[in-house]
Design a protein around this ligand. Structure first.
Ligand code: BGC
Length: 730
């Protein structure tokens, strides 16, 4: 393979270079570019489970990389290679593709790296996205995007199936931990920040981000993964799409489709949605299917009688690349469809052009980078510290010096529980790949000289023989509860309550009368209304990654301060799951008052070891115009005796609209650091662009009328100011 300059093209000749390539390509070569295969398809034997099963097979490489001219592969096994093993693998397949394919087009090699390069042995894992959402820290998220890409590039991988831009609206859904937040503004801003970091250039190469899952995937009505999604077209436009638009504006290279069906239309055949993405928004990158989803169009969604028809529908709807995953079915079907005239060559050329554009942009025809895996331990520790929310504290925290603690529960002495799924392996449950620097909470407390005793026996669904007497030596009890790391279909549940055995553990500990601190390591809000009253403190740790144990120990002992806020509503009852954002009617009670919904904790809520006071809230005007934003400011004072960080949250409420508006929705936030006694004036300009709504025709419009801006420490505690939105441009 020749480098771009050797081929006679400069950095700015992208479209000419691609046109010249397309002009030389056979149909099979074009379809090959549209094909993504799992690495498994190229290795000897079956699925790779260890180094010795990761042996590339010459005959298979010849079949797929030469005969079918496959242009993209991805790694997904049940064994995490080291950086150097990845380098050897990626360099070998690249060299094969470049030398043995006719045009020497480099492969696009992809992977899921949704919280760090977690499929590389010993690469740092960061908190899952939901914890990053709780941090409300955009620069932190940008740095994590950049760090993840540096680690991927060091392994020869240039495509990351991240960030996840789905909204955490359905608490039952088992992939919430992969999302940033229930709030579209948080997802839009953190998503764009991640993309900027992730697509940063290193030595003329970069990673292509992949936004997923277009669109609505996270809102299955039943809560079960990939089950039917029912969302009004208004909510799709107003809330689910803007995060994608924001990340595309930030330059994202690719988009992955929704495996489910939205309002009856499977994501993979939703031509209308894809036309909006590509034509209306001008997205020039490419759209990839999710894993094996053409098969699901036949077997599950039943919109196509056979695989070939599914291929036709998906390609014609706008899918540019198919994650097959392991054979030539897609390639064979698509070549036939073109030969039969069922798919026009223009559609194929468009898809190939989009894919080659991304390959060009990420520097595929440049010299490979030479980098070692950086550690990013400090960044991961900071992120873990900023990701955990203190939901309740009746004086139990921070732990006092010399206090004896007994620590129990399934997450107490487990790195797996801290990392969550997608860690070294898909489920993340194989402890043999734990990072040597990772510490469990018990180990981390001990390292800080806390007198901590681990009480074994309590699992996710088992209580063991633990009795009240086992806590006798403790001054305080720490129970680390939550969910066994799991994802996708395997994460489906029938009941959102914390498993019975864990609730029983809390009740048993409560018999001692000692203060109980509950730490929740989980990817969704497992209900705890029955046990919350007997706790003295509650921490929502999400899945904070491999430095989560150390961060947690520092937070519990007061060596660090909590600064995270809830990225979703924490519900209280299984029959009342509708959280933020909500409409007024969601709160109607039995007497037709508005007290019908009291969550355990509201969106945006989180405590600190210090206290903040909001005062002197003022806005310049009572009018917002299309060319005139509303300038407001508020002063926040740290009234406690510790340094702390506060997330100042700005919300908007539309009083009357032609479609029922949601109550308060976030329009801005800023995380500020304050020393004890220090105060800061925080300013915010509310532009009219934030005040558009989607009307009954699913169009974005401004409607004149009264609105309110609110500022405060969470979505329920707001100082407000009323204004008139004037849409007259005269
Ligand atoms: C998941 C995607 C993931 C893909 C590739 C699918 O099952 O839904 O989120 O990127 O697999 O691993």
């Amino acid at each position: 393979m020749l480098l771009l300059v050797e081929l006679g093209y400069g950095q700015t000749d992208r479209e000419a270079f691609i046109n010249d390539l397309i002009a030389q390509m056979t149909l099979q070569e074009k379809v090959g570019q549209m094909t993504n295969l799992g690495l498994t398809a190229l290795v000897e034997g079956g699925f790779w489970t260890a180094t010795d099963s990761l042996v590339l097979d010459e005959a298979l490489m010849k079949t797929y990389l030469q005969r079918y001219a496959v242009g993209s592969i991805q790694g997904k096994g049940v064994y995490p290679p080291t950086q150097h093993e990845w380098q050897r693998l990626t360099a070998t397949v690249q060299a094969y593709a470049k030398e043995h394919s006719r045009l020497g087009i480099p492969l696009l090699i992809g992977i899921d790296a949704v919280h760090g390069a977690h499929y590389t042995a010993n690469a740092t894992t960061f908190p899952h996205q939901l914890g990053l959402g709780a941090s409300f820290n955009t620069s932190l998220v940008q740095d994590i995007g950049a760090a993840t890409s540096q680690n991927l590039l060091a392994s020869g991988i240039q495509w990351n199936f991240a960030p996840v831009l789905d909204l955490a609206w359905q608490p039952l859904w088992g992939r919430i931990e992969e999302t940033f937040s229930a709030d579209p503004h948080v997802v839009a801003t953190l998503g764009a920040a991640f993309v900027k970091g992730a697509q940063q250039t290193y030595q003329q190469q970069r990673v292509a981000a992949c936004l997923k899952h277009w669109v609505g995937y996270s809102f299955p009505f039943s809560g079960k993964d990939r089950s039917p999604i029912h969302l009004s077209p208004i909510d799709v436009q107003q809330f689910f799409m803007p995060p994608f638009k924001s990340a595309i504006t930030a330059g994202a290279s690719s988009v992955m489709l929704n495996s489910g069906a939205l309002n009856g239309v499977p994501g993979h055949v939703d031509a209308e949605g894809l036309a909006q993405l590509k034509e209306e928004w001008g997205f020039s990158g490419f759209v990839v299917s999710d894993w094996d989803d053409l098969t699901k169009l036949v077997d599950v969604h039943r919109v196509a009688a056979d695989y070939k028809e599914a291929t036709r529908q998906a390609v014609m709807a706008g899918m540019d690349m198919c994650m097959v995953p392991y054979d030539s079915t897609f390639s064979v079907a698509l070549v036939e469809l073109v030969q039969e005239g069922a798919v026009p060559m223009a559609r194929i050329d468009d898809a190939v052009r989009r894919i080659l554009r991304v390959k060009y942009d990420i520097g595929s025809w440049e010299a490979p980078v030479e980098m070692e895996l950086n550690s990013y331990a400090d960044l991961a520790l900071q992120a873990a510290t900023e990701s955990m929310v203190l939901l309740k504290n009746e004086g139990a925290l921070p732990l006092a010096a010399q206090e004896k603690v007994v620590v129990a529960g399934p997450g107490a002495h487990s790195v797996t529980a801290l990392q969550g799924p997608w860690s070294r392996t898909w489920k993340g449950d194989d402890t043999s790949y734990n990072h040597p620097a990772a510490k469990t909470l018990v180990e981390a407390l001990t390292a800080l000289d806390v007198d901590a005793t681990f009480l074994p026996g309590a699992g996710y669904d088992t209580l063991g023989a633990i009795s009240q007497e086992d806590f006798a030596a403790a001054d305080k009890i720490i129970l680390v509860l939550g969910e066994e790391p799991v994802t996708e279909k395997a994460s489906d549940i029938h009941d959102l309550n914390l498993p019975v055995a864990q609730q029983a553990l809390v009740q048993r500990a409560a018999l001692t009368g000692k203060p109980i601190v509950v730490v929740l390591l989980q990817g969704r809000p497992r209900l705890m209304a029955a046990i919350e009253p007997v706790t003295s403190a509650v921490v929502h740790g999400f899945y904070p990654g491999q430095y989560g144990g150390i961060a947690l120990a520092r937070l519990l002992t007061g060596q660090a301060n909590f600064s995270a806020k809830l990225p979703y509503t924490y519900p209280k009852h299984h029959g009342s799951l509708k959280g933020y954002p909500y409409r007024m009617a969601d709160h109607l009670d039995q007497q037709f008052g508005l007290s019908g919904y009291a969550p355990q904790w509201p969106f945006g809520y989180g405590q600190s070891y210090t206290t903040f006071e909001y005062h002197n809230f003022q806005c310049s005007d009572t009018l917002v115009g299309l060319d005139r934003s509303l300038s407001c400011h508020v002063t926040v004072t740290n009234t406690g005796d510790r340094a702390g960080k506060e997330v100042v949250q700005w919300y908007y409420q539309d009083e009357i609209a032609s479609v029922t508006p949601v109550e308060w929705r976030l329009v801005g936030y800023e995380k500020i650091a304050l020393l004890p006694g220090q105060e800061k004036e925080v300013a915010f300009a509310l532009p009219a662009s934030q005040l558009q709504l989607v009307n009954r025709k699913a169009a974005w419009v401004w409607e004149p009328g009264y609105g309110k801006i609110g500022v405060g420490p969470d979505s329920k505690t707001l100082d407000t100011h009323r204004f008139w939105l004037d849409v007259n441009t005269e």
